[in-house]
Design a protein around this ligand. Structure first.
Ligand SMILES: CC(C)(COP(=O)(O)OP(=O)(O)OC[C@H]1O[C@@H](n2cnc3c(N)ncnc32)[C@H](O)[C@@H]1OP(=O)(O)O)[C@@H](O)C(=O)NCCC(=O)NCCS
Length: 335
């Protein structure tokens, strides 16, 4: 999305001025102030410190700030995807002292109006939530799909040792059937062929949607161009007849503490053995180089949460951080 970033303050509709908020496009200089109001959000797993500079460069994204008496009190980012049809909302946050007063609602409305004025074809607003949604939310949203969230933590060096102690034989014997061929890592050509030029992934992906690190994408070439720019390991059990596929976003630092990294694995499909295999391959690859603490969050088909949690605890000896929660992809019509 192209927005005139030379404007430091956008023109406000009357109603928004009355709310006492001023809106602007975020710049590099706002970073410290934004971080100042983001303490502790997402349980310390905030991706914004790592992504902020890149977000400002992305052509289809705009990061909007709300200020009150000159002070930044809220942020939201909007990305236009799905060939201009969908406005994806990310990074929403309101300063702790300003929550519960309707600020998020006003900011969402402002961003929606802004996108509509630039992208008249935008039909839906889509977002991913991990809080408990109630009946009131479902009057507003349609549920596109949901995934279970399994969050574990470990020290990279310890898990690396554990994986080598276990050895491939033990890992194979923890699988319910005798032999599974190893997962296949995909390059860009293979990804395009599998995801775009065949319908083989339709039965694997939930609602034919790729969810990559909280971002839901329909299977379209324009979306694939966005996803393929990122550092991701793509894996599948069988290219000809896939049943499980996974995307592991390269680890990045998170502000929970010094030397803490976040490892995000989006897992699709229902075969538990293949899910375990791909999970282990991603862990092996990234613990080979990482040093320090890792928060590893895997998103998976909800019935697989419990057996994978037991596998993590009993076989890998890693610590469960929280009980079952869900990631919900929801959307509403742009009005
Ligand atoms: C979630 C948060 C942004 C809500 O801000 P707020 O100003 O207190 O919210 P409001 O008073 O405007 O009311 C909430 C409205 O925003 C909606 N909302 C709450 N969380 C939302 C989310 N993650 N995405 C979109 N809308 C959300 C509510 O459903 C409600 O809509 P309604 O008015 O139609 O009922 C704020 O509590 C916050 O910053 N939390 C920490 C960061 C966080 O968890 N962000 C969510 C990212 S998924």
């Amino acid at each position: 999305m192209k927005i005139d970033t030379s404007l430091t303050m956008l023109q406000l509709p009357e109603a928004l001025s009355q709310a006492g908020l001023q809106f602007s496009v975020a710049t590099e200089e706002d970073f410290d102030e934004i971080m100042g109001m983001s303490q502790g959000i997402y349980g310390g797993l905030d991706y914004l410190p790592t992504r902020y500079t890149d977000w400002l460069q992305e052509t289809n994204r705009t990061v909007i700030l709300a200020r009150k008496q000159g002070k930044v009190i809220a942020l939201e980012s909007v990305v236009v995807i799905d060939d201009g049809e969908t406005m994806l909302v990310e990074g929403l946050r309101v300063a702790p002292q300003e929550r519960g007063k309707g600020v998020a609602g006003v900011l969402l409305r402002f961003c929606s109006d802004l996108v509509k004025s630039k992208f008249p074809d935008a039909r839906v607003t889509r977002l991913t939530r991990d809080d408990q949604l109630g009946p009131k939310d479902f009057q507003k949203y349609r549920l596109i799909t949901k995934q279970g969230i399994l969050l574990v933590r470990f020290r990279a060096e310890e898990l690396k040792l554990r994986l080598s102690d276990l050895g491939l034989g033990d890992i194979q014997s923890s699988l319910s059937t005798s032999f599974k061929p190893p997962p296949v890592r995909l390059d860009n050509t293979a990804i395009r062929r599998l995801y775009l030029t065949s319908d083989r992934m339709h039965g694997v992906l939930p609602n034919a949607t790729i969810i990559q690190d909280w971002q839901p994408f329909k299977l379209l070439p324009s979306n694939m161009a966005i996803v393929l720019k990122k550092d991701i390991d793509w894996m599948v059990d069988d290219v000809a007849n896939p049943t499980v596929a996974s995307l592991c976003t390269f680890p990045f630092r998170v502000p929970i503490g010094d030397d803490w990294y976040y490892l995000n694995i989006d897992m699709f499909g229902k075969d538990l053995d293949h899910v375990r295999q791909q999970f282990l391959c991603h862990l092996q690859r990234h613990t080979a180089t990482l040093k320090g603490h890792v928060m590893c969050q895997m998103f998976l088909d909800p019935p697989l949460w419990k057996p994978m949690m037991e596998f993590c605890r009993n076989i890998l000896n890693v610590e469960l951080v929280k009980d079952y929660t869900e990631q919900c992809v929801v959307e509403s019509d742009v009005i």
